[in-house]
Design a protein around this ligand. Structure first.
Ligand code: BEZ
Length: 237
């Protein structure tokens, strides 16, 4: 591989970067990313190949959960290094023939990008040559309503994604934005949240004495945040 090709293959956008722009052909028509998704969250994810078992289990799960993601103002967009006709045939097979964990007759209605030339996959660092040079790894990019990459998760080819975690991460980032807080390990709506360091809104002493804030020490303070308040902000009515 020429040096510049190799560099292109490993170029990776990072958290906080604007999502690299692209136009693509998908199973739902052409898309311009991220501009078509302005004002919404999106999850852009890649899978290694159509007609493979782990990917099939993932697509069925994502399609099954799509409404739940949409209700949190989030759109799903898939991608693999396959052509449009392969995508269409695979999705038709899933709908007509595959039953898995109680899911059947599953129709994938979110766009699946064809990326035969790997243009998008290379832009997003989805090709990781030491894992596989012709298949995308299982990458997940969370892009916010302003088109900024907010979280990135990569999985190897053999490991199917955890969709509870993808949904949890989405809701946690939205809650952090809405309420100006951070979320601790394994946080779920209804759990206490982390309030920022003293300084911007009071001294450490005031904070330690605030009855609504529970400080374990000066650097680690939490407060209650009602589940309904979180979900009321995050979920569309
Ligand atoms: C799968 O989705 O099953 C798969 C795809 C590529 C490599 C290994 C597994």
């Amino acid at each position: 591989m020429e040096e510049n090709q190799e560099q292109q293959a490993v170029s990776m956008p990072r958290i906080g970067d604007p999502a690299p722009e692209f136009k693509a052909v998908t199973t739902q028509g052409d898309i311009n990313f991220p501009s078509d998704y302005k004002g919404k969250w999106s999850i852009l994810f890649s899978h290694p190949a159509d007609f493979t078992p782990v990917c099939t289990s993932e697509f069925m799960t994502f399609a099954h959960l799509e409404k739940q993601f949409n209700e949190a103002n989030c759109e799903l967009i898939g991608l693999s290094i396959d052509g449009l006709y392969s995508h269409i045939a695979w999705l038709r097979t899933i709908k007509e023939k595959i039953e898995y964990k109680g899911m059947k007759d599953i129709e994938v209605t979110f766009p699946l990008i064809e990326d035969i030339k790997m243009d998008v996959a290379k832009k997003y660092g989805m090709i990781q040559p030491n894992e596989d040079s012709t298949k995308a790894v299982r990458a997940v990019f969370f892009v916010d309503p302003k088109g900024i990459i907010r979280a990135i998760i990569y999985y190897p080819l053999s490991l199917g994604r955890n969709f509870d975690e993808l949904y949890r991460a989405l809701i946690a980032m939205q809650a952090a934005d809405e309420f100006g807080v951070a979320t601790p390990a394994d946080w779920r709506p209804g759990d206490d949240v982390i309030v920022g360091p003293a300084g911007s809104c009071g001294t450490a002493k005031e904070r330690m004495e605030d009855s609504e804030i529970d400080c374990k020490d000066w650097f680690f303070c939490t407060k209650k945040l009602d589940k309904d308040e979180v979900l009321g902000k995050v979920l569309k009515k």
